[in-house]
Design a protein around this ligand. Structure first.
Ligand code: ADP
Length: 289
């Protein structure tokens, strides 16, 4: 099933145009939605999750009109918001059971089987008797995924899921997400380029409410191939270089800035660099491509 977003617009009461003619087609698998803070990602996620209305435009998921038929969408949706809210002292097992009751799973035995299955899927079965409030950030996010999978959703939306996770937890979370992505549509909203690089085949980049790129991660890299150059410089030279070149990024490697610039041919002192999704991201945000 495909999710088709067409010319979506949203302006908040304070005048911020958070979504500006957003159009995207998203199929099965993990779709990465990249953008800096304030780009409009959460506004889009909340609209797709039926938590907020758009001013105009349409969204269809298969045959379902997402903006009108909210009830049907909710039966097909799993949503992990940025803030999962309060974490009660209740055990993971009890809380998941309770959330399943709220989602309409009234047959006790079936519910128990589902809760056990989900806890196992997110590697929390051993910890099922522990209070969710005692969980680490990574465990909470995995619990969040378990609750979002109640009822076998066809559309899963996760908003900034890996913020604050250590590398081990992040990997565990990635593995669970990519497994889910084999069966259903998963939209992963993030400002962490690495999340998208590691997980997603298809992606979009948003900036100031607009989609500035959508396509495969490979196509995104092809777009800038051969036009990214790098050079290690002294910290004191950063400003001068920035004045004369289209700097995409600057990061410290071994204490010295490694600068990536965008150009048609290698500027003096620069060597070709292997292009990364991060370069695409910054090149797009700076209108270089
Ligand atoms: P992102 O998730 O990419 O950080 P958001 O969708 O949260 O972006 O925000 C997009 C823009 O809309 C930002 O400028 C933000 O300040 C603004 N915004 C978000 N929610 C509201 C709201 N409820 N009322 C007013 N402005 C909002």
């Amino acid at each position: 099933m495909q999710l088709v977003v067409d010319s979506l617009n949203k302006r908040y009461a304070n005048g911020v145009h958070a979504l500006s003619n957003v159009s995207l087609t998203i199929g099965r698998g993990l779709f990465g939605l990249l953008g800096p803070n304030g780009a409009g990602k959460s506004s889009l996620m909340r609209t797709l999750a039926t938590l907020q209305d758009a001013d105009s435009g349409s969204v269809r998921f298969g045959d379902v009109d997402v903006l009108k038929d909210k009830h049907t969408v909710r039966t097909m949706l799993g949503y992990l918001p940025q803030e999962f809210g309060v974490y009660p002292k209740t055990s993971a097992e009890e809380l998941l059971n309770h959330l399943a009751v709220l989602k309409g799973f009234t047959v006790r035995r079936e519910r128990k089987a589902m809760v056990d299955y989900l806890l196992d899927k997110v590697n929390l079965f051993e910890k099922r008797k522990h209070a969710v409030s005692s969980f680490s950030g990574g465990m909470r996010q995995r619990f969040g995924i378990a609750q979002c999978l109640i009822g076998d959703p066809k559309l899963v939306i996760v908003d900034e899921p890996t913020a604050g996770l250590d590398p081990g937890e992040r990997n565990r979370f990635y593995n669970i997400l990519s497994e889910i992505g084999e069966q259903v549509v998963v939209i992963l909203s993030t400002h962490i380029v690495q999340d998208v690089r590691e997980l997603c085949n298809e992606m979009a980049i948003m900036d100031r409410g607009m989609v500035v790129y959508s396509g495969t991660t490979d196509e995104a890299l092809t777009m800038i191939r051969g036009r990214v150059f790098e050079r290690r410089i002294e910290k004191s030279d950063v400003d001068t270089i920035s004045q004369h070149h289209a700097v995409i990024s600057s990061k410290l490697v071994g204490g010295k800035p490694l600068i990536h610039v965008f150009a048609d041919a290698a500027p003096s002192g620069f060597v070709p660099a292997e292009e990364t999704l991060e370069d695409v991201f910054f090149a797009k945000l700076n209108n270089l491509v």
